[in-house]
Design a protein around this ligand. Structure first.
Ligand code: GDP
Length: 369
């Protein structure tokens, strides 16, 4: 018994009577917080703009991807380099067909982009697939443009697939995609697809940066025209009904007829081009050549009548003002002095001591930016 007690004391020295509860016992020495064996990682030097531009103009995908990452970054140092790269790439951009592709989730966008992309690349050239998905912040930018979703295309050496920039507002995400188009064009990508989920405002953003806007629709839901915002249909240069295969063919044809008659009710678009409605199957690769033939004919048509140039000019103007608006707002709100004054004004407004309008003018008039 005595022996057992001794053993306990040895195994658990803290139970020895000499260590009364209030004694301060000698502890062990505290290990260093930082692992002494860990070699400090060298901070990566900022990329050099001239080197990136040189790589991009040679079509080097690694440096293109690096530049796109800078475009997407919010760090001011990255932004400064990105702006320099964009400015230097600008004279080499513009020489591509920019095609927007939209449709509700499940419409078959990624399946279709996979086959459309391979179809386009049959004639040579290079294809970049970009995406605008403002909701992608939640999923770290993986909803659209995810490589695994375009299995064949992602293995093609002439395809560059980039998921949606994930940070910020729709306007911010769209602006980054628009800047990425410039870099891709400078790198020799002569076909650019911009994909977006057809559920909200992002179509307008895509429309403001593409030459042709393709709306992918589904048949067989009963009343096909329901749920499609009139504005989105009006923006479309072509409507294609996917999954026209198996026993879905008749429903697809019916939807085609319904879309055609609905389009008759719209005024002729400014391009002068009457949007066409076609059926196809992305999965079974039926009707792909016909869809692409329509897009070829559209480009021939708008290049001939001058609308191609006109639309690009309008888009450039739109992005200039968009950027001014965003930058003004950013400079206004990012100023820490002003943040304090805004808080004061807000309090005065809420206690009825200042009108909201007077507060706004007061804050704006004292703006130095
Ligand atoms: P996304 O969400 O618009 O990108 O749509 P997906 O391309 O991921 O397609 C959604 C589902 O529809 C997948 O299960 C596809 O296999 C299927 N799908 C896509 N295209 C077709 C098609 O042409 N025919 C049929 N039957 N199914 C298709």
């Amino acid at each position: 018994m005595e022996e057992t007690k001794d053993m306990c004391a040895m195994a658990h020295p803290e139970n020895d009577p000499q260590f009364a509860g209030l004694n301060v016992n000698a502890g062990v020495s505290k290990p260093p917080i930082v692992n002494p064996y860990l070699k400090p990682r060298k901070r990566q030097a900022l990329p050099n703009a001239a080197d990136l531009v040189e790589g991009i103009l040679k079509g080097d995908v690694t440096r293109l991807a690096k530049a796109v990452t800078l475009v997407e970054s919010v760090a001011p140092a990255h932004q400064a380099i990105a702006h320099e790269v964009i400015e230097k790439c600008l004279p080499h951009s513009g020489n591509s067909r920019r095609i927007g592709i939209t449709g509700v989730p499940g419409a078959g966008k990624s399946t279709s982009i996979d086959v459309f992309g391979l179809h386009v690349l049959k004639n040579g050239g290079k294809l970049a697939v970009l995406a605008i998905d403002p909701s992608s912040e939640r999923s770290k930018g993986s909803i659209l443009g995810d490589k695994t979703r375009m299995e064949k295309l992602s293995l093609h050496p002439s395809a560059f697939i980039r998921p949606s920039p994930s940070a910020g507002s729709l306007g911010g995400v769209a602006r980054k995609t628009r800047e990425t188009i410039i870099l891709c064009e400078a790198a020799g990508y002569d076909n650019i697809f911009v994909e977006t989920v057809g559920v909200g405002q992002s179509e307008t953003a895509v429309h403001s940066m593409v030459d042709f806007f393709l709306l992918i629709q589904l048949a067989g839901t009963g009343d096909e025209l329901q749920g499609i915002k009139r504005g989105i249909m009006e923006m479309a240069d072509g409507i294609v009904i996917n999954k026209a295969d198996g026993d879905n063919i008749d429903r697809a044809r019916l939807a085609q007829a319904q879309f055609r008659s609905a389009l008759h009710l719209f005024p002729t678009p400014p391009s002068g081009w009457t949007p066409e409605v076609l059926c196809y199957s992305g999965y079974f690769e039926i009707g792909i050549a016909e869809v692409w033939d329509m897009i070829d004919r559209y480009f021939a048509f708008v290049k001939e009548n001058g609308y191609f140039e006109k639309r690009r000019h309008e888009q450039a103007r739109y992005w200039m003002y968009e950027t001014i608006d965003a930058e003004l707002r950013r400079r206004f709100y990012d100023d820490p002095d002003r943040a304090a004054r805004i808080a004061t004004c807000e309090r005065l407004v809420l206690s009825n001591r200042l009108s909201p309008f007077a507060a706004a003018y007061e804050l704006l008039d004292k703006t130095n930016n």
